[in-house]
Design a protein around this ligand. Structure first.
Ligand code: ES4
Ligand code: ZN
Length: 333
Protein backbone atom coordinates (compact mmCIF):
# COMPACT_ATOMS: atom_id res chain seq x y z
CA UNK A 1 0.00 0.00 0.00
CA UNK A 2 2.91 2.32 0.88
CA UNK A 3 4.78 1.32 -2.26
CA UNK A 4 1.63 1.75 -4.30
CA UNK A 5 1.11 5.37 -3.23
CA UNK A 6 4.79 6.11 -3.88
CA UNK A 7 4.82 4.52 -7.36
CA UNK A 8 1.51 6.14 -8.27
CA UNK A 9 2.83 9.58 -7.36
CA UNK A 10 5.99 9.21 -9.47
CA UNK A 11 5.56 11.06 -12.80
CA UNK A 12 5.72 8.24 -15.37
CA UNK A 13 5.62 7.84 -19.14
CA UNK A 14 4.32 4.82 -21.05
CA UNK A 15 5.71 3.93 -24.48
CA UNK A 16 4.28 0.52 -25.25
CA UNK A 17 0.50 0.24 -25.25
CA UNK A 18 -1.64 -0.94 -28.15
CA UNK A 19 -4.88 1.04 -28.01
CA UNK A 20 -6.82 -1.96 -29.35
CA UNK A 21 -5.34 -3.92 -26.45
CA UNK A 22 -7.02 -1.57 -23.97
CA UNK A 23 -10.47 -2.79 -25.09
CA UNK A 24 -11.92 -4.13 -21.84
CA UNK A 25 -14.38 -7.05 -22.07
CA UNK A 26 -17.18 -4.81 -20.71
CA UNK A 27 -16.72 -2.20 -23.45
CA UNK A 28 -16.25 -4.98 -26.02
CA UNK A 29 -19.70 -6.47 -25.27
CA UNK A 30 -21.29 -3.03 -25.08
CA UNK A 31 -19.92 -1.93 -28.46
CA UNK A 32 -20.92 -5.27 -30.03
CA UNK A 33 -24.48 -4.61 -28.88
CA UNK A 34 -24.49 -0.94 -29.97
CA UNK A 35 -23.06 -1.73 -33.38
CA UNK A 36 -25.02 -4.94 -34.00
CA UNK A 37 -21.81 -6.96 -34.30
CA UNK A 38 -22.20 -10.70 -33.75
CA UNK A 39 -19.25 -12.16 -31.85
CA UNK A 40 -18.31 -15.83 -32.11
CA UNK A 41 -20.59 -17.30 -29.40
CA UNK A 42 -18.11 -20.08 -28.66
CA UNK A 43 -15.45 -17.56 -27.62
CA UNK A 44 -17.52 -14.65 -26.32
CA UNK A 45 -19.89 -16.06 -23.71
CA UNK A 46 -19.46 -13.64 -20.79
CA UNK A 47 -17.10 -11.05 -19.37
CA UNK A 48 -15.97 -13.48 -16.67
CA UNK A 49 -15.35 -16.35 -19.11
CA UNK A 50 -13.38 -14.06 -21.41
CA UNK A 51 -11.24 -12.81 -18.52
CA UNK A 52 -10.51 -16.44 -17.60
CA UNK A 53 -9.52 -17.23 -21.17
CA UNK A 54 -7.14 -14.26 -21.14
CA UNK A 55 -5.32 -15.89 -18.23
CA UNK A 56 -4.59 -18.93 -20.34
CA UNK A 57 -2.88 -17.57 -23.45
CA UNK A 58 -0.26 -20.07 -24.61
CA UNK A 59 1.75 -17.80 -26.91
CA UNK A 60 1.82 -14.44 -28.69
CA UNK A 61 -0.17 -15.91 -31.59
CA UNK A 62 -2.82 -17.36 -29.27
CA UNK A 63 -3.32 -13.86 -27.81
CA UNK A 64 -3.26 -12.19 -31.24
CA UNK A 65 -6.25 -14.30 -32.29
CA UNK A 66 -8.36 -12.68 -29.53
CA UNK A 67 -6.81 -9.26 -30.05
CA UNK A 68 -7.73 -9.28 -33.74
CA UNK A 69 -11.22 -10.80 -33.28
CA UNK A 70 -12.24 -8.19 -30.71
CA UNK A 71 -11.50 -5.29 -33.07
CA UNK A 72 -14.64 -6.17 -35.02
CA UNK A 73 -16.68 -4.11 -32.52
CA UNK A 74 -14.72 -0.89 -33.23
CA UNK A 75 -16.67 0.76 -36.03
CA UNK A 76 -17.29 4.49 -35.56
CA UNK A 77 -15.15 7.49 -34.74
CA UNK A 78 -16.98 7.63 -31.39
CA UNK A 79 -15.94 4.02 -30.64
CA UNK A 80 -12.26 4.89 -31.12
CA UNK A 81 -12.66 8.07 -29.09
CA UNK A 82 -14.39 6.23 -26.23
CA UNK A 83 -11.75 3.49 -26.23
CA UNK A 84 -8.92 6.02 -26.13
CA UNK A 85 -10.49 8.28 -23.53
CA UNK A 86 -11.20 5.28 -21.27
CA UNK A 87 -7.51 4.31 -21.39
CA UNK A 88 -6.32 7.87 -20.73
CA UNK A 89 -8.73 8.26 -17.80
CA UNK A 90 -7.53 4.97 -16.33
CA UNK A 91 -3.81 5.78 -16.59
CA UNK A 92 -4.27 9.34 -15.35
CA UNK A 93 -5.34 7.64 -12.11
CA UNK A 94 -2.06 5.67 -12.23
CA UNK A 95 0.03 8.86 -12.28
CA UNK A 96 0.89 8.67 -15.97
CA UNK A 97 1.83 12.05 -17.44
CA UNK A 98 2.66 11.12 -21.03
CA UNK A 99 1.53 8.19 -23.20
CA UNK A 100 2.91 6.97 -26.53
CA UNK A 101 0.22 4.83 -28.08
CA UNK A 102 0.29 2.22 -30.84
CA UNK A 103 -2.47 1.40 -33.27
CA UNK A 104 -2.66 -1.06 -36.18
CA UNK A 105 -4.09 0.75 -39.25
CA UNK A 106 -4.01 -2.37 -41.45
CA UNK A 107 -6.23 -4.26 -39.00
CA UNK A 108 -8.94 -1.60 -39.32
CA UNK A 109 -8.62 -0.66 -42.98
CA UNK A 110 -8.62 -4.38 -43.83
CA UNK A 111 -12.13 -4.74 -42.40
CA UNK A 112 -13.49 -1.68 -44.12
CA UNK A 113 -12.98 1.06 -41.51
CA UNK A 114 -11.42 4.14 -43.05
CA UNK A 115 -8.11 5.40 -41.74
CA UNK A 116 -9.60 8.87 -41.27
CA UNK A 117 -12.24 7.47 -38.87
CA UNK A 118 -9.62 5.61 -36.84
CA UNK A 119 -7.15 8.50 -36.59
CA UNK A 120 -9.85 11.12 -35.92
CA UNK A 121 -11.44 9.02 -33.15
CA UNK A 122 -8.18 8.22 -31.37
CA UNK A 123 -6.98 11.82 -31.74
CA UNK A 124 -10.19 13.19 -30.23
CA UNK A 125 -9.79 10.87 -27.24
CA UNK A 126 -6.20 12.03 -26.78
CA UNK A 127 -7.07 15.73 -27.13
CA UNK A 128 -9.95 15.44 -24.66
CA UNK A 129 -7.63 13.72 -22.15
CA UNK A 130 -4.96 16.39 -22.54
CA UNK A 131 -7.55 19.13 -22.01
CA UNK A 132 -9.08 17.45 -18.94
CA UNK A 133 -6.07 15.81 -17.29
CA UNK A 134 -3.00 17.45 -18.81
CA UNK A 135 -1.66 14.09 -20.04
CA UNK A 136 0.31 14.52 -23.25
CA UNK A 137 0.59 11.82 -25.91
CA UNK A 138 2.03 10.65 -29.20
CA UNK A 139 0.33 8.31 -31.64
CA UNK A 140 2.44 5.62 -33.33
CA UNK A 141 1.31 3.60 -36.31
CA UNK A 142 2.40 -0.05 -36.35
CA UNK A 143 2.50 -2.25 -39.43
CA UNK A 144 1.69 -5.90 -38.78
CA UNK A 145 4.05 -8.78 -39.54
CA UNK A 146 1.28 -11.27 -40.35
CA UNK A 147 0.50 -9.40 -43.60
CA UNK A 148 2.83 -9.04 -46.63
CA UNK A 149 5.54 -6.38 -46.79
CA UNK A 150 3.66 -4.81 -49.72
CA UNK A 151 0.70 -4.13 -47.41
CA UNK A 152 3.03 -2.56 -44.82
CA UNK A 153 4.47 -0.24 -47.48
CA UNK A 154 0.97 0.84 -48.52
CA UNK A 155 0.03 1.43 -44.90
CA UNK A 156 3.12 3.59 -44.30
CA UNK A 157 2.38 5.63 -47.42
CA UNK A 158 -1.25 6.17 -46.46
CA UNK A 159 -0.35 7.38 -42.96
CA UNK A 160 1.90 10.20 -44.18
CA UNK A 161 -0.90 12.76 -44.46
CA UNK A 162 -1.47 12.30 -40.70
CA UNK A 163 2.24 12.54 -39.99
CA UNK A 164 2.30 15.87 -41.83
CA UNK A 165 -0.57 17.24 -39.72
CA UNK A 166 1.09 16.00 -36.53
CA UNK A 167 -1.66 13.54 -35.62
CA UNK A 168 0.69 10.55 -36.03
CA UNK A 169 4.29 10.78 -34.77
CA UNK A 170 6.04 7.53 -35.49
CA UNK A 171 6.25 4.06 -36.94
CA UNK A 172 6.38 0.71 -35.17
CA UNK A 173 6.02 -2.92 -36.16
CA UNK A 174 4.09 -5.58 -34.25
CA UNK A 175 2.17 -8.88 -34.45
CA UNK A 176 3.69 -12.34 -35.08
CA UNK A 177 7.46 -12.33 -34.59
CA UNK A 178 8.24 -16.04 -35.20
CA UNK A 179 9.09 -16.65 -38.86
CA UNK A 180 9.42 -12.91 -39.50
CA UNK A 181 13.01 -11.79 -38.87
CA UNK A 182 13.63 -8.02 -38.80
CA UNK A 183 15.62 -7.91 -42.05
CA UNK A 184 12.35 -8.65 -43.88
CA UNK A 185 11.22 -5.09 -43.00
CA UNK A 186 14.33 -3.08 -43.90
CA UNK A 187 12.57 -1.65 -46.93
CA UNK A 188 9.51 -0.59 -44.93
CA UNK A 189 11.60 1.44 -42.48
CA UNK A 190 13.68 2.85 -45.32
CA UNK A 191 10.49 4.05 -47.02
CA UNK A 192 9.33 5.65 -43.78
CA UNK A 193 12.67 7.47 -43.46
CA UNK A 194 12.54 8.59 -47.10
CA UNK A 195 9.07 10.01 -46.48
CA UNK A 196 10.39 11.99 -43.50
CA UNK A 197 9.22 9.88 -40.56
CA UNK A 198 11.53 10.61 -37.63
CA UNK A 199 10.47 8.33 -34.78
CA UNK A 200 10.98 4.62 -35.41
CA UNK A 201 10.51 1.63 -33.14
CA UNK A 202 10.04 -2.12 -33.60
CA UNK A 203 8.78 -5.08 -31.57
CA UNK A 204 11.87 -7.26 -31.41
CA UNK A 205 13.19 -9.93 -29.05
CA UNK A 206 9.83 -10.79 -27.51
CA UNK A 207 9.65 -14.38 -28.81
CA UNK A 208 12.47 -13.91 -31.30
CA UNK A 209 16.14 -14.37 -30.31
CA UNK A 210 18.73 -11.83 -29.14
CA UNK A 211 20.33 -12.07 -32.59
CA UNK A 212 17.21 -10.45 -34.05
CA UNK A 213 17.57 -7.51 -31.67
CA UNK A 214 21.11 -7.15 -32.96
CA UNK A 215 19.80 -7.09 -36.54
CA UNK A 216 17.15 -4.53 -35.58
CA UNK A 217 19.84 -2.20 -34.25
CA UNK A 218 22.68 -2.88 -36.68
CA UNK A 219 20.87 -3.49 -39.98
CA UNK A 220 17.70 -1.45 -39.56
CA UNK A 221 19.28 1.31 -37.47
CA UNK A 222 16.43 1.25 -34.94
CA UNK A 223 17.37 2.02 -31.33
CA UNK A 224 13.97 1.97 -29.71
CA UNK A 225 13.07 -1.68 -29.20
CA UNK A 226 9.66 -2.86 -28.01
CA UNK A 227 10.13 -5.73 -25.53
CA UNK A 228 13.74 -6.67 -26.34
CA UNK A 229 13.78 -8.95 -23.31
CA UNK A 230 15.54 -11.75 -25.18
CA UNK A 231 18.55 -9.39 -25.51
CA UNK A 232 19.45 -10.50 -21.99
CA UNK A 233 20.39 -13.93 -23.40
CA UNK A 234 23.49 -12.42 -25.03
CA UNK A 235 25.89 -10.09 -23.16
CA UNK A 236 27.24 -8.87 -26.50
CA UNK A 237 23.77 -7.67 -27.48
CA UNK A 238 23.40 -5.90 -24.13
CA UNK A 239 26.71 -4.17 -24.82
CA UNK A 240 25.49 -3.17 -28.28
CA UNK A 241 22.32 -1.66 -26.77
CA UNK A 242 24.41 0.40 -24.34
CA UNK A 243 26.88 1.49 -27.06
CA UNK A 244 24.03 2.66 -29.31
CA UNK A 245 22.15 4.34 -26.47
CA UNK A 246 19.15 2.12 -27.23
CA UNK A 247 15.93 2.14 -25.23
CA UNK A 248 13.74 -0.90 -24.49
CA UNK A 249 10.02 -0.73 -23.74
CA UNK A 250 9.58 -3.68 -21.39
CA UNK A 251 6.16 -5.18 -20.55
CA UNK A 252 6.47 -7.47 -17.50
CA UNK A 253 2.86 -8.65 -17.11
CA UNK A 254 2.57 -9.21 -20.88
CA UNK A 255 5.67 -11.39 -20.81
CA UNK A 256 4.13 -13.59 -18.12
CA UNK A 257 0.71 -13.88 -19.80
CA UNK A 258 2.35 -14.76 -23.14
CA UNK A 259 4.73 -17.26 -21.53
CA UNK A 260 7.92 -15.40 -22.38
CA UNK A 261 8.71 -16.06 -18.70
CA UNK A 262 6.76 -17.92 -16.03
CA UNK A 263 6.92 -15.13 -13.44
CA UNK A 264 7.84 -11.43 -13.26
CA UNK A 265 10.79 -12.46 -11.06
CA UNK A 266 12.32 -13.94 -14.24
CA UNK A 267 12.20 -10.58 -16.02
CA UNK A 268 15.66 -9.46 -17.18
CA UNK A 269 15.04 -5.97 -15.76
CA UNK A 270 17.82 -6.37 -13.12
CA UNK A 271 20.20 -7.55 -15.86
CA UNK A 272 19.37 -4.47 -17.94
CA UNK A 273 20.05 -2.25 -14.93
CA UNK A 274 23.36 -3.96 -14.18
CA UNK A 275 24.42 -3.65 -17.83
CA UNK A 276 23.32 -0.01 -18.10
CA UNK A 277 20.61 -0.66 -20.70
CA UNK A 278 17.88 2.01 -20.51
CA UNK A 279 14.24 0.90 -20.50
CA UNK A 280 10.71 1.76 -19.45
CA UNK A 281 7.98 -0.36 -17.85
CA UNK A 282 4.74 -0.66 -19.82
CA UNK A 283 1.41 -2.48 -20.06
CA UNK A 284 1.36 -3.59 -23.74
CA UNK A 285 -2.29 -4.74 -23.90
CA UNK A 286 -3.71 -3.84 -20.49
CA UNK A 287 -7.20 -5.28 -21.03
CA UNK A 288 -5.68 -8.68 -21.85
CA UNK A 289 -2.64 -8.97 -19.61
CA UNK A 290 -4.01 -8.27 -16.15
CA UNK A 291 -3.14 -4.66 -15.57
CA UNK A 292 -2.35 -1.08 -16.55
CA UNK A 293 0.97 0.72 -16.19
CA UNK A 294 0.95 1.03 -12.38
CA UNK A 295 0.09 -2.68 -12.05
CA UNK A 296 3.24 -3.39 -14.04
CA UNK A 297 5.34 -1.15 -11.77
CA UNK A 298 3.83 -2.90 -8.74
CA UNK A 299 4.52 -6.36 -10.14
CA UNK A 300 8.16 -5.39 -10.71
CA UNK A 301 8.39 -4.00 -7.19
CA UNK A 302 6.90 -7.21 -5.76
CA UNK A 303 9.53 -9.22 -7.65
CA UNK A 304 12.59 -7.06 -6.95
CA UNK A 305 11.83 -4.62 -4.09
CA UNK A 306 13.76 -1.70 -5.59
CA UNK A 307 14.61 1.25 -3.37
CA UNK A 308 12.81 4.57 -3.72
CA UNK A 309 15.97 6.02 -5.24
CA UNK A 310 16.04 3.27 -7.86
CA UNK A 311 12.37 3.83 -8.68
CA UNK A 312 12.89 7.56 -9.02
CA UNK A 313 15.67 6.82 -11.48
CA UNK A 314 13.52 4.41 -13.50
CA UNK A 315 10.67 6.93 -13.70
CA UNK A 316 13.15 9.60 -14.89
CA UNK A 317 14.42 7.16 -17.52
CA UNK A 318 10.81 6.71 -18.70
CA UNK A 319 10.56 10.46 -19.19
CA UNK A 320 13.90 10.76 -20.97
CA UNK A 321 13.10 7.85 -23.29
CA UNK A 322 9.98 9.61 -24.55
CA UNK A 323 9.49 11.25 -27.92
CA UNK A 324 8.08 14.47 -26.45
CA UNK A 325 10.17 17.63 -26.82
CA UNK A 326 12.70 18.80 -24.26
CA UNK A 327 10.39 21.51 -22.91
CA UNK A 328 7.77 18.91 -22.03
CA UNK A 329 10.42 16.66 -20.44
CA UNK A 330 11.63 19.55 -18.30
CA UNK A 331 8.08 20.35 -17.29
CA UNK A 332 7.57 16.74 -16.14
CA UNK A 333 10.89 16.35 -14.33
C1 ES4 B 1 1.29 -7.29 -29.23
CL1 ES4 B 1 2.37 -8.25 -26.96
C2 ES4 B 1 2.37 -7.94 -28.64
N1 ES4 B 1 3.37 -8.40 -29.38
C3 ES4 B 1 3.33 -8.23 -30.69
N2 ES4 B 1 2.32 -7.63 -31.32
C4 ES4 B 1 1.31 -7.15 -30.59
N3 ES4 B 1 0.18 -6.51 -30.95
C5 ES4 B 1 -0.52 -6.26 -29.84
N4 ES4 B 1 0.15 -6.72 -28.78
ZN1 ZN C 1 3.33 -4.78 -27.94
Amino acid sequence: PNAEAFLRALPKCEHHMHIEGSLEPGLLFQLAKNNGVTLDPARYTSIAALEERYKNFTSLDDFLLYFNLAMAVLITEDDFEALTFAYMTRVHADGLVHAEIFFDPQAHVGRGISLSVVVAGISKGLEKAEAQFGITSKLIMCFVRHLPVESALESVESIMEYVKTGKVSGLGCDSTEKGNPPEKYKEVYQRARDLGMKHLTMHSGEEGPAAWVRTTVEELGITRIDHGVRSADDPEVLKLLVDRNAFLTVCPLSNVRLRVHTDVSESPIPKFMAAGVKFSINSDDPAYFGGYVLDNYLAVHKAFSFSKETWRGLAIDSVNGSWCDDDRKKEIL
